[in-house]
Design a protein around this ligand. Structure first.
Ligand SMILES: [Cu+2]
Length: 478
């Protein structure tokens, strides 16, 4: 089979890549071979144009279809956790800690992850028990803060609340108070979009979502063929954008804001171009960590995001059974049609437990510490990607080619949002980390663009989900 052989050489090339890596003296990591090329360029020939698409207007993005496409030339590094997580730190950017959670105290004391028992909001209910969409249901009025929020906000969860859910519930008052002090025209908790967890959507809402994704896959690409010959659909525009910018949006100052904007632009395309009425769902990693293969997300039912591969073969169950991945591997933008594979991994899911996520949020006091901790090799960012696994799910560049990507990154964004919520006065303007292609540190004035998936904006406009992007952002998480 094409796929199994693809994976075989991918795995073989990991060791080859490691050897090559060790021959590049200045390069600590695979990721660094991409970003620190000065001493490596002549020997490490696998350079993507990491900064190509952030350096100018769309039209100036160079065509990359001439990049090497043979498997050996680009994929060897991309299936390793180092590639996902290694920190290409400039010498002047140091995380507070490289451990999962640093020991500096949070400015906002929080309970320990294990201090409060799980609160069952809808114990015993199953996904199919969830009431029909309540978007158009009348709001209820009540006295408590939680109950004064719009009805969908207090919609029962399909799973018992974990410690992160509990933190979310106890933190929402902070957002409410912040908005009272700093009202956002046209965006209130009553009017904002509410992003919900996959299993908290009804069956039909989940199918509405995957139908909209299929719609995007059937619309023509905006990316010109001479920029990316593999861009065959509107969906592929997003994959191209991520491939082009992979080198400048990870372990960088813009990691969180870029992926926030990317996920929002995708949600917006689903709604504006494919008639989707809902909002971007997220994947609460912990819910399925004990058995992800059989979870409502990956069990292959019509209401899942598609099933797992069997024996490394094509993932042939669920709404994306006929999905063709057109781009990659690695940074290739050439047309390379193949089926989706997954290697849904329980062990990788153990990197993303609620306790660990809670500690990430509560024990990192600076944005530098938070984003570095999230992206360490054992962190929740890599853990989620490798829970999906396969091709292109575990491909550092092409990972958005698997629709599960966007549920994972919505959760990454939820965790970022929750971290911001603990101290909104400072964390809505907090930025740290390097800028690729520059010696400077990231700032609120940095440009962020999505190529053919979205226009350029400033990094600073992307920090607030309630009113950011000049008012276009107006959402929060359940
Ligand atoms: Cu990414």
């Amino acid at each position: 089979m094409q796929l199994s052989s693809t994976l075989t050489w991918a795995l073989l090339l990991v060791s080859a890549e490691a050897k090559q890596r060790s021959s590049c003296s200045s390069t600590k990591t695979v990721w660094a071979t991409i970003t620190e090329t000065e001493n490596c360029a002549s020997r490490c020939q696998h350079r993507p144009s990491a900064t190509a698409s952030i350096s100018g207007p769309l039209e100036s993005a160079p065509a990359q279809s001439s990049e090497p496409t043979s498997p050996g030339s680009s994929v060897g590094s991309i299936y390793t956790s180092e590639a996902w997580s290694s920190i290409a730190l400039s010498s002047d950017v140091k995380p507070e800690s490289t451990t999962e959670a640093d020991t500096t105290s949070s400015t906002t004391p929080l309970p320990s992850a294990s201090s409060s028992p799980s609160t069952t909001i809808a114990e015993g209910s199953t996904s199919s028990d969830i009431p029909a969409s309540s978007d158009d249901a009348p709001s209820t009025s009540a006295s408590s803060t939680a109950e004064s929020l719009p009805e969908p906000t207090v919609r029962p969860r399909a799973y018992p609340a974990d410690v992160v859910d509990q933190l979310r519930d106890s933190s929402i008052e902070k957002l409410e108070a912040h908005l009272e002090r700093n009202p956002v025209p046209g965006c209130t908790l009553e009017t904002a979009a509410i992003r919900r967890e996959w299993s908290d959507l009804t069956i039909s809402e989940r199918q509405d979502y995957t139908s909209a994704v299929q719609c995007l896959m059937n619309k023509p690409a905006k990316t010109p063929a001479n920029v990316a010959s593999g861009a065959k659909s509107r969906y592929d525009d997003f994959v191209v954008t991520h491939i082009q910018q992979t080198g400048s949006i990870h372990n960088t100052a813009n990691f969180l804001t870029w992926h926030r904007y990317f996920t929002w632009a995708y949600e917006t395309a689903l709604r504006d171009e494919c008639g989707y009425k809902g909002f971007q769902p997220y994947w609460n990693w912990d819910r399925y960590a004990d058995d992800p293969v059989n979870s409502p997300l990956f069990n292959g039912n019509a209401s899942s995001i598609g099933g797992n591969s069997v024996n490394g073969d094509c993932a042939e169950t669920g709404p994306f059974e006929k999905l063709t991945v057109n781009l990659g591997p690695g940074y290739s933008l050439n047309y390379n049609p193949r089926c989706l594979t997954r290697h849904v991994s329980r062990s990788s899911a153990q990197q993303c437990t609620a306790d660990k996520t809670f500690n990430l949020i509560s024990q990192t006091s600076t944005i530098a510490s938070f984003q570095e901790t999230m992206q360490t090799p054992g962190g929740v960012h890599a853990g989620g990607h490798f829970t999906i696994g396969g091709d292109p799910g575990s491909d550092f560049y092409v990972s958005p080619g698997d629709p599960a990507f966007f549920l994972h990154h919505a959760m990454v964004d939820r965790v970022y949002w929750l971290w911001q919520l603990q101290d909104l006065d400072t964390r809505l303007s907090a930025v740290a980390g390097r800028v690729i292609g520059s010696r400077s540190q990231g700032s609120l004035d940095d440009d962020v663009n999505l190529g053919y998936s979205g226009p350029g904006v400033t990094l600073g406009s992307l920090l607030d989900t309630m009113g950011g992007k000049d008012g276009a952002f107006c959402y929060f998480y359940m």
